[in-house]
Design a protein. Structure first.
Ligand SMILES: Cc1cc2nc3c(=O)[nH]c(=O)nc-3n(C[C@H](O)[C@H](O)[C@H](O)COP(=O)(O)O)c2cc1C
Length: 192
């Protein structure tokens, strides 16, 4: 079983990374192959609305000069994907939003290539706006008919400076629930 964790923060070792790393440790200890992909800080163009993906239906975006097609490939090879983002002005980072729009559209116009894969969102926040970011990420999964496991609460973690989220005990518990439910679901889906 494979899981792709995408860090949408430009802070490579910040709170989003910390939360993803908690998931990584829990999933790896149960035998899941995990990759953390560093997206934040890379140049990712927004959707050009050219609809060439719908015309070509080759599971690719026509924009080739950035990592989106590599990420599509990685999602296709994975059983589950978690997108992590810090909260920026009540939403996801620019890189994550560009990824949502382009991966989302390629998925939808290619006959549901991500259908029934597992998708989850993880959000770091200082104080407010995390639920909006959480929903923005989940829109990608919903619209692509993916399965979103619950975790007992929104998987958001509080902290400003890198690593502060470690002190958010409730976030750690929620991440633990998420890992457990992802594992359960991946096992079930593998058998189906
Ligand atoms: C440009 C920018 C915008 C931010 N906007 C918000 C915000 O709307 N609400 C909030 O609570 N924190 C906001 N923050 C704080 C970050 O969400 C917070 O520090 C988070 O833990 C950063 O995660 P990271 O360490 O993974 O980068 C913002 C930070 C930056 C740099």
């Amino acid at each position: 079983m494979k899981t792709l964790l995408i860090n949408g923060s430009p802070r490579e070792n910040g709170n989003t990374f910390y939360m993803l790393n908690v998931l990584r440790e829990k999933l790896e200890s149960s035998g899941v192959e995990v990759e953390i992909y560093q997206l934040g800080g890379k140049t990712v163009k927004g959707c050009a609305a050219c609809l060439m993906c719908a015309k070509n239906t080759d599971k690719r975006c026509i924009i080739k000069a950035d990592p989106v097609n590599d990420i599509i490939e990685k999602i296709l090879e994975s059983d589950s994907v978690v997108i992590g983002s810090p909260t920026y002005f009540g939403n996801v980072t620019t890189e994550v939003k560009a990824l949502i729009d382009r991966v989302g559209l390629v998925g939808m116009v290619n006959n549901g290539i991500f259908k029934r894969k597992i998708g989850a969102a993880v959000v770091a926040v200082r104080r407010a706006g995390s639920v909006e970011a959480f929903h923005a990420i989940n829109n990608l999964f919903h619209l692509n008919q993916m399965i979103i496991p619950g975790s007992g609460y929104w998987t958001v973690g509080y902290g400003l400076k890198p690593g502060e989220v470690a002190e958010d005990a409730e976030a750690m518990k929620t991440l633990s629930n998420l890992a457990e439910n992802m594992l359960w679901l991946m096992e079930k889906l593998k058998k189906s």
